[in-house]
Design a protein. Sequence first.
Length: 151
Amino acid sequence: MALDPSYVGRRYPATPAYEVAREKIREFADAIGEPSPACRDADAARALGHPDVVAPPTFAVIAAFRGLDAIIADPELGLDYSRVVHGDQRFSYARPVHAGDRLHTIATIDAIRSAAGNDILSVRCELATDEGEPVLSATSTLVARAPEADR
């Protein structure tokens, strides 16, 4: 089923705050093999000029995915998530993510196109603090694979 191209430009409401915790940053850093002490020790992070433990760059996908959830759950869009593969992910930072941040995500559908029977969805998630300070923009490409019969 082709995605509705009239959804390009649709902006979804801000998500509730994702509270960035030191332990979550440590767990993520351990999981990806990030060796920096600034991801685990607040004093080491402060010595580098950060206000608290700093998250590895890809940690932001956790909060960004909350914005994608709204798109995935939108029944009118027609996205069959069981057929989706993640095609690409990019981050553009205004500043690093730190422990203690409370991040809200606003997701926008930037593009919808078809290729070889597959629907390709480009989504931008803007993450900002409670005060509205921009932290980063995460851009995702989702590919909804066509059913075998449609290929």
